[in-house]
Design a protein. Structure first.
Length: 687
């Protein structure tokens, strides 16, 4: 007999979730929906009453069921729970009325004064039966809805009774209304590497967790465990608290239950998570109709707000090593990442990737922000404006029921865009001029094709003969920069030409570049997120970009300088000097292959030859006209060669003087020395 009750109870528990979803989306069901703020006590009472009604009906119809004494005892338990009054008045009245009807039915059935037909009539008059059958047809839809788990706790009550009305005191440090949408304070620099974004990862996780909401098992008044071993916490009551003291007490209760369910109870962690939950009104976006806290049991917490238009705001947090107010490592804290906005069609956006807020668990909150500013550099024709982002850390303390700022300090400055001087802008204008710019670009590409082809040919031969991974990489880098080869082979083709060992070395270099990009981000990110970025699949476009930039022709000088920067003592100095010299040789060698240089030198010799000829000396009209034509062509070629050089060389000299005065002698400085040395060699060696 007891075995028949278990499956029915589990079925009723599952159907409750989908009844709630159906009640939220169906206007006809709104009038008979469960009361708002369906707490654990109210839910359990409703489930017990539902199971009792079914078992009484089964007993009257002659089917196997519990005895009358067992049914009577079960009803007494529910009646005692209702008499305790541990629920909202609306819940109390509705469930007490159902219990009264069931007591009348049960008493009549035991004394023989009621039959199955009368019981069925009373059941049909109750609001819940019948509706569950209709809800069952919506099972596929509810299973796909990422907000379905929130309905276990919140019942979409905001659509009917304004459950998300802003409290009179939100406790927000800014003092803004809880109805106002949150606006991130700074936009971070993009990693610029094709890897899965944190926003997409969080979107997938948030959509995955509630998929098994129909198998929820309540393990405490506000915590449910789902079939996939994740947890959901009901937090909407925090939005109904009108004063900071009540929100603080309730947030600590929820945090204790949540961490106990996760098996990680800890005083400081409880306080940190509670401080975050206390700020829920500050995070609530406009148009929110439901909210729940999702926990996967692996140190991932996601506060998910559902809007009426099916879009969502997701706030992801973890317990991680914190940062102190001066930017140095601090104790473990609850770290909140930048909000993720998920549109109704599944498009994710995150304007503040990385750490955003840190709750330390001792009534302090740290917040990462940023402010953009410009920096004037250089002078005269070298004057320019660099765009910078200053990363700030604001410390606040919880005093008198609100966050009060204790000051803001800048902990890092990141250059987001290098400005260009007048000389640099003039050079760009020349290259963008129709015909002239196209001619210069074509000649530059011709020079690059010839130079990389000459450098790469021996490397290709050695790689083919020996199977050397090193030469395969160098040859691949040379030809990946070759404009003609790029017309014949796509990026995947360049990767496919490498040996297996060369590919592995290239992929290791790609991941090293990713680690460098992660380290240069304005805001810290979690080790887990950094690993996810670094270990993400590598596509051909990213691999080919690293192949071009790090291997083969025109990279040897730069690589020696980088090696020297990381080597102490005289060996480092020797490597740096060799890199500077190698960079000069590489630049000059490529320039020698430029058709404009050939034309300049060839026309110069032609002018000299014609000018010294007998025909010109004798004043022949044709010879004189030809001489003027050659001089005109020579002048054009000379201006095409020396004009862009004069602009770029002058710009390079100014930058070198400026960086020398700054005294920052790093690898970028020596690359500038190499470029300036190339210009000097042009001036004194090339005619």
């Amino acid at each position: 007999m007891s075995g028949t009750r278990g499956p029915r109870s589990r079925t009723a528990r599952a159907l409750l979730v989908f009844w709630a979803f159906w009640a939220a989306v169906s206007p006809a069901a709104a009038a008979v929906a469960l009361p708002p703020a369906a707490t654990f006590t109210a839910m359990q009472s409703w489930l017990d009453l539902k199971g009792l009604r079914q078992d009484v009906l089964s007993r009257l119809e002659g089917q196997a069921a519990a005895s009358w004494e067992q049914l009577d005892e079960r009803l007494r338990v529910v009646e005692a729970r209702l008499a305790a009054g541990s629920m909202l008045p609306a819940e109390q009245a509705g469930l007490s009325e159902e219990a009264r009807k069931l007591r009348e039915i049960l008493t009549g059935a035991r004394t023989g004064k009621a039959d199955a037909s009368r019981l069925a009539a009373l059941l049909s008059a109750s609001p819940q039966p019948g509706r569950l059958d209709q809800a069952a047809s919506l099972l596929p839809l509810a299973a796909k809805d990422p907000g379905s788990a929130a309905l276990v706790f919140d019942q979409q009550a905001a659509r009917r009774e304004n459950a998300f009305a802003a409290p009179t005191n939100t406790g927000s440090r800014s003092g803004s209304s809880a109805n106002a949408p949150f606006k991130p304070q700074a936009k971070a620099t993009d990693l610029r590497i094709p890897v899965p974004s944190p926003a997409r990862d969080e979107k997938a996780s948030a959509a995955k967790a509630p998929a098994a909401a129909n198998s929820a098992v309540f393990i405490s008044p506000r915590i449910a465990k789902l079939a996939d071993a994740s947890f959901e916490a009901g937090v909407s009551d925090l939005l109904r608290q009108s004063d900071a003291r009540s929100r603080t007490d309730l947030s600590r209760q929820i945090a204790r239950e949540a961490l106990a369910a996760l098996g990680m109870p800890d005083g400081r962690r409880t306080a940190a998570l509670a401080d975050f939950l206390r700020d829920i009104a500050e995070y609530r976006p406009a148009g929110a109709v439901a909210v729940h806290l999702s926990m996967d049991g692996r140190n991932h917490f996601r506060l998910i707000f559902e809007r009426g238009d099916h879009s969502r705001r997701i706030l992801a947090g973890q317990f991680l090593p914190g940062i102190s107010a001066d930017g140095k490592p601090g104790p473990e804290s609850f770290i909140l990442m930048g909000p993720i906005e998920l549109s109704a069609d599944g498009q994710a956006r995150e304007d503040h990737p990385g750490y955003w807020r840190q709750y330390t668990g001792d009534d302090r909150r740290l917040e990462w922000g940023g402010r953009a500013r410009t920096e004037e550099k250089g002078w005269g024709p070298w004057a320019r404006q660099n765009q910078l982002q200053e990363v700030t850390l604001t410390e606040s303390s919880w005093l008198d029921g609100r966050w009060q700022s204790r000051g803001t300090r800048a902990i890092k400055t990141v250059t987001t865009k290098e400005g260009k001087s007048w000389l640099g802008r003039t050079g760009d204008t020349v290259m963008e001029t129709p015909v002239l710019g196209d001619t210069l670009k074509f000649c530059d590409q011709t020079a690059q094709t010839l130079y990389t082809g000459l450098v790469g040919a021996p490397q290709v031969i050695v790689a083919a003969a020996s199977g050397s991974d090193t030469y395969s990489l160098e040859a691949g880098g040379s030809y990946a920069k070759n404009p003609l080869m790029n017309l014949l082979i796509d990026e995947q083709g360049h990767i496919d030409r490498l040996t297996a060992g060369a590919k592995q070395e290239l992929y290791a270099k790609v991941r090293a570049e990713r680690r460098r990009a992660v380290a240069s981000q304005p805001y810290p990110i979690s080790p887990e997120q950094a690993s996810r970025i670094v270990d993400a699949p590598i596509d051909a476009k990213e691999a080919a970009a690293v192949l071009r930039g790090e291997y083969g022709a025109s990279t040897y000088g730069k690589r020696l300088i980088h090696e020297g920067a990381g080597t102490p003592g005289w060996q480092g100095a020797a490597l740096t000097a060799g890199g500077v010299a190698m960079g000069v040789v590489e630049s000059v060698s490529e320039s020698v292959c430029n058709p404009i240089l050939w034309a300049t030198v060839g026309l110069g010799h032609a002018v000299a030859a014609v000018q010294g000829g007998a025909a010109v000396a004798e004043g022949a009209a044709g010879a004189t006209a030809g001489l003027y034509a050659l001089k005109g062509a020579h002048a054009v070629a000379t201006s095409l060669w020396w004009g862009p050089w004069l602009i770029s060389a002058t710009d390079n000299v100014g930058h070198l003087v400026e960086t020398t005065a700054d005294g920052k002698f790093d690898k970028e400085y020596f690359k500038r020395v190499s470029e300036t040395g190339t210009d000097a060699l042009y001036l004194f060696v090339i005619p």
